[in-house]
Design a binder for this molecule. Structure first.
Ligand code: AMP
Length: 489
């Protein structure tokens, strides 16, 4: 089936053609005709299935009749409202909307919290037909009377179950009350259980239900491992794992282009054949990198989620989440790169203290327990050791309050040199000494390593006697991270 057969106009077909979509995904094939018919829709489909286009393309088709190039804000009332639980998802939907409206004079904008409202206000005052918003920030704009919703024809609640999980139900009900009763409502959700059903009953008219195969199941072929560690030691741990596990081909996921670039540089310095691939790289360079990776010249491909989505690399032995993804669905996509077609694969996630929430969200979404473990020599400063376990000396000295160094912190020699800090000096007092040591040493390199020799054989009186030097008191940690350790270290 083609998009043209689904009844979409040439302007929309041209835009999706430019996106490289050749045929509709299953959810698109099912949902587009229903949305075009004006029916309410309850759809079970998650990120990664093409669900954004499944609702956005028919919405554009339906709003096409309102498209105009008038400068008057009155000519551009909000006709479609898309509510998203998270900023990231809102951003992603907004980017898609911009791409799909390329050849239509329909305006769209995205508003979410955490950033200055003023530019959003200016956009809203100019008038937009398609508004993508997180509920809280939308209510702020409504409160300031910068937006009116009385002309909304279509409401989309994206990731409805997540909205409810995140406690947005009251906000959603407030927003619903401001919308015309005569409208089309589309609800996308991973599950149709309990409250979602109630929401559908309250706000939808005889909705049609469509489902595509559950995407959030991780393959049993993929062994999933989570290593708890300190964020400043992730690169070292990764280097160590690549070597100790003999990874010959691995995609390493980062959240941003910046961190992907940084990591690939650091890995190269560690002696790995690594290269980054992300949206800022020219298409030619990306293809070259990809081919080098496929042919084995490059062994470690450091990628962002967005870049990886378009990559045609299917059967990988290893995937590493260097940074845990914000959206748990991305975890499923990422690790879905390995363990395909009956082959087995290993997915490794490196989790620092500030990523425990993402870890929990992944467990919730995939309905499985992923017990964090600890690699020898990489015991995280924020995790309490099980009772009775000898306390090995960490490779890096842990400072009481100063943030961890992110780069060049192999820690091995730093701890050896700094192990004799007077125990009662403050981190501030110690800092100049540490900086001087670093300057003297120049860029540190990781040795072909044995974590044991790195972390376990050294004497470090500061660490051994100074429990108060933990960055976070153990008692403040969520209990599960104190008890569910299966570490070997
Ligand atoms: P979504 O589930 O909406 O987050 O989409 C996941 C990814 O699939 C996005 O990067 C889309 O650009 C892409 N996508 C959506 N529809 C198609 C299609 N029909 N063919 C190829 N890629 C698509």
């Amino acid at each position: 089936m083609s998009f043209a057969e689904l009844g979409l106009s040439p302007e929309i077909l041209r835009a999706i053609d430019e996106q490289g979509y050749t045929e509709p995904t299953p959810i698109q094939a099912k949902a587009i005709p229903l949305v075009l018919s004006g029916r309410d829709l309850l759809a079970a489909a998650q990120t990664g299935t093409g669900k954004t286009a499944a609702f956005m393309l028919p919405i554009l088709e339906r709003l096409k009749k309102y498209a105009n190039s008038s400068a008057s804000p009155a000519m551009h009332p909000v006709r479609a409202l898309i509510l998203s639980p998270t900023r990231e998802l809102a951003d992603q939907i907004g980017a898609n909307a911009v791409a799909y409206t390329r050849y239509l004079p329909l305006r769209c904008t995205t508003v979410y919290g955490g950033i200055n409202m003023d530019p959003q206000t200016a956009e809203l005052r100019r008038g937009v037909e398609i508004l993508i918003a997180t509920p809280g920030r939308l209510l702020d704009h409504i409160g300031q009377k910068t937006v009116q919703l009385n002309k909304v024809d279509v409401l989309v609640l994206d990731e409805g179950d997540r909205m409810l999980d995140m406690g947005f139900i009251q906000d959603i009900r407030k927003i619903m009350a401001l919308l015309p009763r005569q409208r089309q409502t589309l609800l996308f959700s991973a599950t149709f259980a309990g409250e979602i059903r109630r929401l559908a009953e309250d706000f939808m008219r005889d909705p049609e239900t469509v489902e595509v195969a559950r995407q959030n199941q991780t393959s049993e072929q993929v062994e999933q491992l989570v290593f708890a560690t300190d964020s400043g030691r992730k690169r070292q741990l990764l280097s160590h794992l690549i070597r100790s596990r003999g990874m010959s081909q691995v995609i390493v996921f980062c959240k941003t282009k910046l961190s992907a670039d940084q990591l690939s540089r650091d890995l190269k310095r560690d002696g790995h054949a690594a290269e980054a691939i992300h949206g800022d790289k020219a298409q030619g360079a990306r293809l070259e990198t990809l081919n080098a990776f496929k042919s084995g010249i490059i062994k470690v491909l450091v990628a962002t989620d967005v870049a990886a989505r378009g990559l045609d690399i299917n059967e990988l032995p290893y995937v590493v989440n260097f940074e845990m993804p914000n959206a748990p669905e991305d975890y499923v996509h990422r690790i879905g790169r390995t363990g395909r077609a009956g082959a087995s694969g290993v997915a490794i996630s490196l989790m620092s203290q500030d990523e425990t929430r993402q870890h929990e969200a992944i467990e919730r979404l995939t309905r499985q327990k992923l017990k964090p473990q600890v690699e020898e020599g990489f015991w995280p400063s924020w995790m309490e050791r099980p009772a009775g376990m000898a306390e090995p000396v960490p490779a890096a000295p842990v400072r009481a309050s100063a943030p961890e160094r992110v780069r060049n912190d192999t820690g091995r020699s730093a701890s050896a040199r700094n192990g004799d800090w007077p125990r009662n000096t403050t981190p501030r007092e110690r800092a100049p000494e540490r900086e001087r040591v670093d300057r003297d040493r120049g860029p540190e390199r990781e040795q072909p390593d044995s974590p044991r020799s790195e972390g376990f054989k050294q004497a470090n009186p500061v660490r051994r006697h100074g429990k108060r030097q933990r960055e976070v008191p153990a008692l403040l940690l969520p209990p599960r991270y104190k008890v569910e350790i299966v570490g070997r270290g």
